[in-house]
Design a protein around this ligand. Structure first.
Ligand SMILES: *Cc1c(COP(=O)(O)O)cnc(C)c1O
Length: 404
């Protein structure tokens, strides 16, 4: 059965709740390590929770149907999902990756280069000719984030599929930023889709999770074997929380995107903002490509302030928005990529990518947009401006509650 995405967020492939004991509406938490065998050579379908667990199975079915895959594995977090995928490669293999990837992915790639002999070259994958030029005889995969993190570069997935076909490569896409609600890379030729489920899928900043979704059953079988062998399986209670989070994915993302568009437009007009990187702005260089392959733009904005002092002032003065790592949850969070998500990168690489001391990244939550904009407005202000405004408001007999 093919269900619309809002329905699939709640019912997966439509088969979930019928199988639950007592026809429980929600998936029970099967907090169990092992299962009794009904007889010799017989199984209920579950034998041991590293290999399979009913709560995890429901979650994997839901995420698999959201991403149009033929199989999904739920891992302890996003890094475990990426690590598991890298187990597909052998010493000597080469991967071409987007240059502004999540910093933790770059750290992992550096680690496997040293310990496993797998090398990675980074290029701006929004330019297919640069991807072609980086391929050599040992290249086995393209590894893409679109939009990228934190510079919001958009990569044309159909172009990447063409290049992958010409060179017999796997196309791997980390789809954390747009989530399956807005983008399904498998429909554009991805072989493997990865997620940090910690972000939009779970959505409440309270659980770590990761996902590996395969287009082909054969690839899923290979990954399942690696999964049960190495054991990065998500615990039943965490599976329950992510299942619960996904039920509201559609309403959360609609609101986050609506808020993000308002905030991006406001930031664009602010005299202390030099650049706004939001894929939903029509003058974003990736706007058209993103429109072709995604149903929306998401809730992630990066912006560049006029000085390091302004960036630091904003981080120290925001009140509703929290200065914290991570993204995708209902709470708005602001990150200083240079020191946090991308602190791992060497300074000259960060500089080249534009991840400098004036760049801030905002993950827009589901709060009221005007409250978020008011919070940003007061955070941008210098002390003297603040005092002047207070004085004016005092003399005009009006006091704005937002600033009290
Ligand atoms: C957070 C993140 C990861 C890592 O996921 P964890 O759940 O934190 O391990 C990977 N890729 C992207 C794009 C991320 O934002």
């Amino acid at each position: 059965m093919s269900l619309a995405i809002e329905t699939a967020c709640i019912h997966g492939n439509g088969q979930l709740e019928k199988d639950h004991p007592y026809r429980s509406i929600t998936t029970p938490i099967f907090q169990v390590a092992t299962f009794a065998h009904p007889g010799i050579g017989k199984s209920t379908g579950y034998d041991y929770s590293r290999v399979g667990n009913p709560t995890r199975n429901d979650l994997e079915q839901v995420v698999n149907s959201l991403e149009h895959g033929s199989g999904c594995l739920a891992t302890t977090n996003g890094m475990a999902a990426i690590w598991l995928t890298l187990e597909l490669f052998a010493p000597g293999d080469h991967i071409v990756a987007s240059e502004d990837l999540y910093g933790g992915s770059v750290r992992l790639f550096d680690a496997v280069r040293d310990s496993h002999g797998i090398s990675v070259d980074y290029v701006n994958t929004s330019h297919p000719e640069l991807v072609r030029a980086a391929i050599n005889d040992h290249t086995k995969a393209l590894y893409i984030e679109t939009p990228s993190n934190p510079m919001m570069e958009v990569t044309d997935l159909s172009e990447m599929r063409k290049i992958a076909d010409e060179n017999d490569l796997l196309l791997i896409v980390d789809n954390t930023f747009l989530s399956p609600y807005y983008q399904n890379p498998i429909d554009f030729g991805a072989d493997i889709v990865l997620h940090s489920g910690t972000k939009y899928l779970e959505g409440h900043n309270d659980t770590l999770a990761g996902f590996v979704i395969s287009k082909d059953p054969g690839l899923h079988d290979k990954l399942s074997f690696l999964y049960k062998t190495t054991g990065p399986c998500l615990a039943p209670f965490d599976c329950f929380l992510v299942l619960r989070g996904i039920k509201t994915l559609s309403v959360r993302l609609e609101k986050q995107q609506e808020n993000a568009l308002k905030i991006a437009r406001w930031l664009k007009e602010h005299p202390r903002v030099k650049d706004v990187y939001y894929v939903g702005l029509e003058d974003h260089p990736g706007y058209e490509v993103n429109k072709k392959q995604a149903r929306g733009f998401g809730g992630m904005i990066s912006f560049r302030t006029d000085s390091k002092e302004t960036a630091e002032r904003i981080l120290s003065k925001i009140k509703i928005i929290t200065f914290a790592e991570s993204l995708g949850g209902v709470e708005s969070l602001m990150t200083y990529p240079m020191l946090q998500t991308h602190g791992y990168l060497p300074a000259e690489v960060r500089e080249k990518l534009g991840i400098t001391d004036t760049l801030l990244r905002l993950s827009v939550g589901i709060e009221n947009a005007e409250d978020l904009i008011d919070d940003l407005a007061q955070a941008f202000e210098e002390e003297t401006e603040y005092r002047e405004r207070e004085k004016k408001m005092f003399t005009s007999g009006f006091r704005c509650s937002t600033y009290s």
